[in-house]
Structure formats: C-alpha cells, structure tokens
Ligand binder design. Sequence first.
Ligand SMILES: Cc1cc2nc3c(=O)[nH]c(=O)nc-3n(C[C@H](O)[C@H](O)[C@H](O)COP(=O)(O)OP(=O)(O)OC[C@H]3O[C@@H](n4cnc5c(N)ncnc54)[C@H](O)[C@@H]3O)c2cc1C
Ligand SMILES: NC(=O)c1ccc[n+]([C@@H]2O[C@H](COP(=O)([O-])OP(=O)(O)OC[C@H]3O[C@@H](n4cnc5c(N)ncnc54)[C@H](OP(=O)(O)O)[C@@H]3O)[C@@H](O)[C@H]2O)c1
Length: 492
Amino acid sequence: MFTSLCVVPLKDCEIKYFDFSFLSLLKLLFFYCFNPAQRTAVFGFTRLSVMSSHRTVGMRQLRVAVVGAGAAGLCAARHILSRPDTFAPPVVYELAEHVGGTWFYEERTGSYDNGLSIHSSMYRNLRTNLPKEVMMFPDFPFDPQLPSFLPHQEVQKYLERYCQSHCITPHIRFSTVVDEVSPVVTEGKGPMTTWEVTSGDKSGSRNTETFDSVFICSGHYSDPHIPSIPGLERFKGKVIHSHSYRHPEPFSGQSVVVLGAGASGLDISLELGRSNAQVTLSHGKPTLPFPLPYGVHQATPVEEIQEDGSLRFQDGSITQAQVLLLCTGYNFSYPFLEPARLGLEVQEHLVTPLYRFLMPPAFPSLFIIGICKIICPFPHFHCQVQFALAVLEGSVALPSRAEMEEEAQGEMARKVERGVQLRHMLKLDKEQWGYAQTLAQTGRFAPLPPVTQSLYEEVWRQRQVHPQNYRQLNYRLVSDTQWEQQELHAGE
Ligand SMILES: Cc1cc2nc3c(=O)[nH]c(=O)nc-3n(C[C@H](O)[C@H](O)[C@H](O)COP(=O)(O)OP(=O)(O)OC[C@H]3O[C@@H](n4cnc5c(N)ncnc54)[C@H](O)[C@@H]3O)c2cc1C
Ligand SMILES: NC(=O)c1ccc[n+]([C@@H]2O[C@H](COP(=O)([O-])OP(=O)(O)OC[C@H]3O[C@@H](n4cnc5c(N)ncnc54)[C@H](OP(=O)(O)O)[C@@H]3O)[C@@H](O)[C@H]2O)c1
C-alpha cells in the first residue's frame, strides 16, 4: 500500500525534473523587476546576473541536502517535495535506521552498535508538555481521537504518518552519517557557492555529493551539557545526565540530587518522587511556587563536591546522595561543520551570527533549523523551512551580508543590554510569535493561526500552577482563533 501511495508523486517529480515552468518564469520576472538593489543573491551571483542564475537554476532544479530525519528534517523534506518546479527531491541523510529523531525511544544508553552515541534523550514515561493541538505541524493534525497530551509513542507514530503521507521515505538514506558539510566557492560571473556533503554508511563506504543548499536538522538535544562543578570527580555515587535517564525504577529508595529545574529536571523529579526516591531538586530559579509531592524538596544549586564526597549547595547546606542526576540541558554541536569557515562561532549555548536565527550571513544557502529554545518546535520548523525555501526560490530579497550580520549582532546586543545571559540568548519565548509572523510575511506563506499562541499561553499558565495535573486537560480547536477545554477523561 505504501509503495502504491508513493508512485504517483515520485513519477511526477521525475517528469518535472527538466521542466522550466510558467510559474518559475513568472517568479523570475517578478524578482527581476521588483527586487531592491541591496539583494543578496543566495547562490553568490551579483545582482545583474541574478536573472541568469535563476534561469540556470530553473532548468536544473535546486538540489538540497537535509541532515537528519527528525521532525525538522521531515518538515524540510515535505516542503521541498511540494515544490518540484524549483527543487529536485531532497537527499535526507539519517544516521539511525528510522525517522523520528528524539521521538524514537531507545532503551539503550551510551552508544549504538556502530559506536556512535545514542541520539535520543527520550525517557519511557514521557508525555508531551504541549497539547497536540499546539504541537502539530499546522497543516497536519494529530488523530482527533487522541487526548491532548500524548505519550511519546504517539508522536513517533505521528511523524511516521507525516513521512508516509508526504512520500518522504524513498528520499531518506538511513544508517548514513553526515561527517562533513563544506562550502565550495567558485568564481564565475561572481562567486558561487555549492555544498559538498560527505557521508558514511554502515557498509563503511564514504560518499561526497554536491548540493545547492543544505538544511541542518540534526537536533539540539543530544550532546549533554555537563556543568563544571568543582570536585565532581570526588562524588562517590553515580553521576548521570538526563540524556541517559530512561525510567525511575533503578532509583527507587535512593537519595537523588537532581540538578536543574528545566522541563527535564522537574518532570523527572516528579516521577522519581512517585517511585519512592528521596529527591532534592537543586536549581537556581526562584523557589517553585507550587507544592511538590512527598519525597521531593528544593535546594539551591550544587556549588561543590566536598573532600568526603558530600554535596555543598549555594546556601551552604550540605547533603550526601547516592545519585547526582544532571538535568542541565544540552550543548550545540555540529561535528560535521567547520564554523570558522562559515563565519560562525559555535559555543555551548550559542551560535552566532545567524540571520533570523537561521542562516550564516556569509553563506545564506545553509539553514540551521530549530536552534531556538522555548518555542513550539513543529510550528516553528514549519515556518523556518518555508522561509528558507522562499529564500532559495528567490522570493525573499535578502539584505547584504553586512546588513544581515549587523541585524543578527544587533539582536544579541539588545539582549545583552536587557541583561539576558549568554546561555539564554536563543530563548524566544514570547518573541516566537512575532518571529513566526515576520517569517510568514516575508516568505509569503500562511502565518500560524492565532489559536496556536492563545492555547500555548493557556497551557503555559496551567503548567506553572498545576505541574502535576495539567496534562489531564483536553482541548479542542474550534476555529483559527478559538479553542475550548473539554471534559476530563473518566478516572482522571
Ligand atoms: C526529552 C525531550 C522531550 C521533549 N518534549 C517535547 C514536547 O513535549 N513537545 C515538543 O513539541 N517538543 C518536545 N521536545 C523538543 C524536540 O526536540 C522537538 O519536538 C523535535 O523532536 C526536534 O526535532 P529535530 O528534528 O530538530 O531534532 P531530532 O528529533 O533530534 O532529530 C535529529 C535527527 O538528525 C539525525 N542526525 C543527527 N546528526 C546526524 C548526522 N551527522 N548525520 C545524519 N543524521 C544525523 C538524528 O539521528 C535524528 O534522527 C522534547 C525534547 C526532548 C529532548
Ligand atoms: N515533554 C516533556 O515533558 C519534556 C520533558 C523534558 C524535556 N522536554 C524538552 O526537552 C528540551 C530540553 O529540556 P531540558 O530541561 O533537558 O534542558 P533545558 O531546558 O536547557 O534546562 C536545563 C536547566 O538546567 C539548568 N542548569 C544548567 N546548569 C546548571 C547548574 N550548574 N546549576 C543549576 N541549574 C543548572 C538551566 O538553568 P538556566 O535556565 O539558568 O540556564 C536550565 O533550567 C526542552 O525543549 C524541553 O521542553 C520536554
């Protein structure tokens, strides 16, 4: 059934491969006539040659590589496939044997058989912290029969369905690791950039292919951030990071200090508490305003491990523990990129400069999808991907490199002035809605419906007040602007 579903669109794409369509011609005419003088040609052509560059591109569709087949990579592939006038079918590289990325639960911790680190940080009992009505790609709802807050298995199924419905699977190279992505700049009528993507598959063979653009969709929650705690090596118990946490049973009856009260720290502390562990949730936030279950109490951040292996907290109090569970977040990591060559600086919690949090101004045909934090990930990817494709199609007039750098750096400077710490620079939070709106306006695609923001904000409020119970609520979208809360399920 799956094969027959895919035959028609694939054939369709192949037929259109050399097609120089009427739509492309119209676009060319439009951009030739109306683009402002400051336009940056994505492929490096000067303004005068933009027309001819696009004509070339129109005749041989743009080739795009996508690194990763998680939610972001699938979203990129779906939108690329929907524009066969401009784009050849993408090549999606995926190191695992399946799609889903984070949402594919992997019981193992450590490494796969091939020695690569396990990618997913998913744990067994995780349920979504966004309702499906907000979390979904705006053009692809979850099954309406499901409750709003889903176990991770349902999200994995949803992504598999998304992949199948959009006939993405034939374009994915599974068990294939991208180990190098590098720009190749050639001089013609002006500098022109293509990208060499080098990958290795499980047979051990390495392969380099050339593309016009690369979407980096390799995820941002796989490389554990280990804070530098003085004396950490003196701790006599077990130190683990939430990346390697799977379920609470091994911790039952044990004393556990959980460091960090982000989504992982809080959620895992609650489930450890329910499993009869004695939990100290150590964090630098204001005291959490809601009651925590029996067995879980709060402490200031761990400051040092003392000579005898005990933990000293910032307020001077001291405790012994059997486990130190670091829920301290993740580092940005792109082992296949050479940041300096791209004019980028990659730090643990920051990548700069990125125009629109998306592309290096020096190479605006490379797109890093989903680098921002405190966002609605799937809708955010949906907007970023469409904006990126509009850039590649030439329907977004980019400013000059210098202007893009200035905008990206100015954004950071304003955050510093507001007292935002370096590690929080990429948090969008309330700014995410204006950001998505701007991308949609500039890229000329449908904006997110207002109901996404209003339900997201409602759930955010509920989460602050009822962190243990908010997932029992169910919602229904009534229209693009309205949602309603539904009755609780029996037994909840
Ligand atoms: C514990 C946890 C809970 C979360 N809960 C929610 C939630 O409730 N709701 C929500 O909306 N979001 C949640 N998120 C955020 C989640 O990260 C996003 O929903 C989304 O899955 C991110 O998708 P992605 O494609 O960017 O990255 P990933 O899902 O990480 O996918 C990246 C893919 O790239 C592949 N890859 C990486 N490097 C290479 C390489 N070199 N070569 C080839 N392939 C490569 C990986 O194998 C992987 O398949 C959660 C995240 C975590 C860690
Ligand atoms: N569906 C779910 O229920 C669920 C569960 C888990 C995770 N997630 C998602 O997974 C992603 C990652 O979440 P995460 O919680 O793992 O990472 P995170 O959001 O980056 O949170 C890490 C936390 O650790 C704190 N921290 C770091 N170093 C510290 C130190 N030395 N001392 C004290 N605190 C320290 C950080 O504090 P600062 O803020 O001060 O830096 C931050 O609050 C997010 O998208 C999240 O929504 C979802």
